[in-house]
Write a protein that binds this ligand. Structure first.
Ligand SMILES: NC(=O)c1ccc[n+]([C@@H]2O[C@H](COP(=O)([O-])OP(=O)(O)OC[C@H]3O[C@@H](n4cnc5c(N)ncnc54)[C@H](O)[C@@H]3O)[C@@H](O)[C@H]2O)c1
Length: 440
């Protein structure tokens, strides 16, 4: 295989992957002018990353909490206009696109408003808060012919490009088993985020936050820790499963709803009134090219012994993708006489069996090369979000679909909704493709 392969058993070199020049930096297209909608934790990360991508420029930011107008300016490092009402930006002809990083339950509303105003959309993962939201978003994006990109940025990572290349080479043989996990073990990892002391109905536009959610009085915990509550979030499914399912799609080329899903798990530690389990595991059947692929996804918020990793188990090799490395280990499938099965035979039978096996498998003149392990790592400081943004800007200029478009984003999100359906209904979730719904 490619450069960097070493003999199994020898010290393994792990060459650094080479970041391409950010995908759109060298484009001759015009600079994309975007507004940032939702400038909390992720929105600020996106703005910091956007500073690295010169083919786009942020021309405004909207958020429901007044202090986040300041955080947006600090994150982008410029005195951009800010507002509490994103619709003010949508009327402007000087805005090409929106980058949405609101809580999940408002992805649908903001996307629909943006595409109706003729804007292209980058929308954070999970694309949808429900199956119905996703279907509405796909129809609106396709009806308006806008570019849509969902925000699982690993899809644009050079690490995933390397994994995709190895997978597509066929080195793994047939793959029917994929295991994906992402674990954490801290309050922050379980979404117990700080609530700012000045949080109040005066600083937060609560009425806009609970649009499309049940009415209730102002509740700072619900606003700043919305991932704990089903009205706004889909728990571990929408937070972490979606990254792993999107990564699996990007590497294997799968892009569909699962056939069925079965979940187990529980709320074991963070009994703080949250509505989601802190341990969730799901077994999916996905339709693969040679029969189903079983995808096992699990997230634990009470132990992080093994962090982010996706393992692809093939008939001739195993591919493991972690947060910063990709490793291919071939299986040694050289034919050999397997004495174990002959243990219950007489000495004469075993001797005859071995002779027949040797006759059927003459030793090659040149012994086969030792299996080679390949491993690659990301360079320190590599930023996949910057690459994901760059790809989005380029798509706006070229009008070519991105990989993680509305269909991809929707299919990945459906997998998350099926995981939750199974967990909460104590039943196997089945995808009814004709009705576009989940059923038991
Ligand atoms: N891709 C990733 O790695 C990644 C990482 C973290 C979060 N996310 C996603 O990003 C989104 C935001 O997550 P977060 O952790 O930043 O949440 P957050 O609570 O820190 O920030 C959300 C912000 O959205 C604002 N908001 C909500 N509705 C709005 C509206 N109608 N108009 C304007 N602003 C609005 C809120 O005021 C808040 O400041 C979620 O969908 C989450 O799943 C993605």
């Amino acid at each position: 295989m490619g450069a960097g392969a070493v003999a199994a058993g020898a010290a393994m070199k792990t060459p650094l992957l080479e970041p391409a020049v950010l995908a759109a930096q060298d484009d001759t297209g015009r600079k994309i002018r975007f507004v940032s909608i939702g400038t909390g934790i992720r929105g600020c990360d996106l703005l910091r990353s956007a500073r690295q991508v010169t083919s786009g420029v942020c021309v405004g930011a909207a958020d429901l909490y007044t202090m986040r107008h300041t955080t947006a300016k600090e994150a982008y490092g410029a005195d951009i206009p800010t507002t509490g009402d994103y619709r003010r930006f949508l009327d402007s002809k000087d805005v090409d696109a929106v980058v949405i990083a609101t809580s999940d339950h408002l992805h649908r509303r903001v996307t629909l408003d943006a595409v109706a105003a003729g804007k292209d959309v980058y929308c954070e993962k999970p694309m949808s808060h429900s199956v119905a939201d996703g279907a509405e978003m796909v129809a609106a994006v396709q009806g308006s012919k806008r570019i849509f990109q969902a925000g699982s940025q690993r899809v644009s990572s050079i690490l995933y490009a390397k994994a995709r290349e190895i997978y597509a080479s066929g080195s793994l043989g047939e793959v029917h088993s994929i295991d994906a996990q992402w674990n954490r073990n801290s309050p922050g990892g379980a979404w117990v985020y700080p609530i700012p002391p000045d949080a109040s109905p005066q600083t937060v536009d609560w009425a806009k936050f609970i649009q499309d959610a049940p009415a209730r009085p102002f509740d700072a915990e619900r606003f700043f820790r919305w991932r704990l509550f089903a009205d706004y979030s889909s728990g571990l499914g929408g937070d972490l499963f979606v990254h792993m399912l999107s990564g699996i799609f990007a590497i294997t080329g799968l892009n569909t709803a699962p056939v069925r899903a079965f979940s187990s798990g529980g709320l074991y530690h963070f009994k703080d009134g949250r509505e989601f389990p802190d341990f969730l595991e799901t077994i999916y059947d996905y339709p693969g090219p040679n029969g189903n692929i079983q995808v096992h996804v699990h997230c634990n918020q009470n132990n992080n012994d093994q962090d982010e990793r996706i393992s692809f188990f093939g008939s001739t090799g195993t591919l493991v993708v972690t947060g910063n490395s990709v490793t291919f280990t071939p299986q040694d499938v050289t034919p050999r006489f397997e004495g174990y099965g002959w243990n219950g035979m007489t000495v004469a039978q075993r001797k005859q069996g071995m002779e027949e096996w040797k006759a059927a498998h003459p030793a090659p003149l040149v012994p086969p090369a030792a299996p080679e392990v390949e491993s690659f790592t990301l360079p320190r400081g590599y930023n996949d979000t910057a690459d994901h943004l760059a790809g989005f800007y380029r798509a706006i200029n070229t009008r070519q679909h991105v990989v993680e478009d509305e269909v991809f984003g929707n299919n990945a999100a459906i997998g998350c909704h099926m995981a939750n359906y199974s967990y909460f209904h104590h039943a196997v979730a089945q995808w009814d493709a004709a009705a576009e719904t989940i059923k038991s």
